[in-house]
Design a protein around this ligand. Structure first.
Ligand SMILES: [Zn+2]
Length: 454
């Protein structure tokens, strides 16, 4: 009885805190309510998640978690499933707790077919202490957050540990990106795991002179040798083999991609579905991988190709509205960026506008979403012929600069100024009268601009 009271109090407290935060317009606001809920009733996440009718699905990896989980959610919904999903992208335990409570009734009933959670790589092991997933999807592993998690091996080990812990409790399905050697070998030798792999055979870029690859980094095998690549798609992702005999695993879902500036056509094949085609209304190789991961999971869950196609085309994101300001007599257009598709759309405009200059401001406060890895899913490659200075600012200016560099923008055209005020001043001072400054801030950076430039 006491526990039931605590459970309901915990749910009510979360819903109230959440609505207050929303009314105050303080942004996403899922962390604090989640913390409160967990304080009042530590078993809240465990009890709610365990009511999932079909499967608990975890999506993890460095890049593409939000988009991939969004695709999976779209497909599951098309196939008439209800889904509890942390779609705000709050992917640490308090945010996840809050998202699940959002989906539950006041009396603590979670009436959903699937629980779908994107989880920060470093939190997977903790998460599986609180609930037992049925399916893991690992998208890719890159060195973009060294400051937080140490070496890439450490991140891979954490994910492996989470898979191992889960497999000790039950038979587990694991979907792995075959083209990423760090991912594809991640659960080698663990019993009780049904692995399945997805990957690309051929990737073609239409109307784009250069591909996405930028800097290539070659992964080393555990045996110490450098992997030999027959194909590199980007970074260390491609078709590889090692002198010790280790090689890219066979895929159960394979695709060809042809990527245009506006969309991506996928030609997919699996034993279960046969061949089929999907057009994504979003560009970029990263998104092609995100979609393929989601498709592989959906096929494994026995969802038909018709529903997969329908689900992918239902995936939409809401764009924020742009506002124009005069700063020292010069024109600035401010457009919030908070997700890959929205950011890609603005970048396209920036590229088409001959009089544009660009300032990108990336913060990572809670209201922004702490995880900035979505920057890798936005198509900054659109700027690789831009040939003008791009200014990166905000708390994560450094990460932004790295992303720009990978997108093929030369170092001398990337200017880093973490201080927002100084960055705006630099841009405005260098802006000609007939030019327009596009400012792309994350949420808290937008609030700062609204406060300081009326
Ligand atoms: Zn080897």
């Amino acid at each position: 009885m006491k526990n039931k009271f605590k459970k309901i109090s915990s749910i009510i407290a979360t819903k109230i805190t959440r609505s207050v935060i929303t009314k105050m317009n303080a942004g996403g606001g899922t962390n604090l309510p989640g913390r409160i809920a967990r304080k009042i009733y530590p078993l809240i996440l465990t009890e709610l998640a365990s009511q999932t009718k079909k499967d608990i699905i975890i999506v993890t990896g460095t890049n593409g978690k939000t988009t991939t989980a969004g695709f999976i959610s779209g497909i599951l919904s098309s196939a008439d499933n209800t889904v509890a999903h942390n779609k705000m992208g709050a992917n640490m335990l308090p945010g996840i707790t809050c998202a699940i409570i959002d989906n539950a009734s006041l009396t603590g009933k979670l009436n959903k077919d699937y629980t779908l959670l994107e989880i920060d790589e470093a939190y997977c092991t903790k998460a599986v202490d609180e609930f037992t997933p049925d399916l893991f999807l690992v998208t890719n592993l890159f060195r973009d957050q060294l400051d937080r998690y140490g070496e890439l091996d450490t991140t891979a080990k954490k994910i492996r540990e989470a898979i191992e812990k889960t497999a000790a409790k039950k038979q587990l399905k694991v979907a792995l990106n075959a083209d990423d050697p760090i991912v594809s070998f991640i659960c080698k030798g663990i019993d009780n795991v049904d692995k399945f792999f997805y990957g690309f055979e051929k990737i073609q870029f239409l109307n784009q002179e250069t591909d996405i690859a930028g800097a290539k980094e070659v992964a080393a095998c555990a045996c110490g040798c450098k992997l030999e690549y027959q194909k590199i798609f980007y970074g260390h992702v491609g078709h590889y083999r090692c002198c010790c005999g280790k090689h890219r695993p066979d895929t159960s879902v394979v695709a060809n991609a042809s990527i245009d500036i506006n969309h991506t056509d996928l030609n997919i094949f699996s034993g279960q579905t046969g061949e089929f085609n999907v057009r994504l209304n979003m560009p970029g190789l990263y998104n092609a991988y995100n979609a393929l991961g989601a498709i592989a999971v959906a096929i494994n869950l026995k969802i038909t190709k018709e529903k997969i196609i329908e689900g992918l085309s239902n995936y939409n994101t809401i764009f924020g509205r742009a506002e124009t300001k005069l700063i020292n007599g010069k024109t600035a257009l401010i457009q919030l960026i908070k997700n890959p598709i929205g950011a890609t759309e603005v970048l396209r405009t920036v590229r088409e506008d001959k009089n544009s200059k660009l300032l990108i401001i990336i913060n990572d406060d809670y209201a922004d979403g702490r995880d900035v890895s979505w920057l890798w899913d936005a198509n900054f490659e659109l700027l690789n012929k831009y040939n003008k200075q791009v200014v990166a600012s905000g708390i994560r200016a450094g990460d932004m600069a790295v992303r720009l560099k990978y997108a093929g923008i030369s170092s001398e055209n990337i200017y880093i100024e973490e201080n927002i005020k100084k960055a705006v001043k630099h841009c405005i001072n260098n802006l000609k009268d007939d030019e327009k400054l596009y400012i792309l801030p994350t949420y808290t950076a937008l609030l700062y601009l609204q406060k300081h430039y009326k």
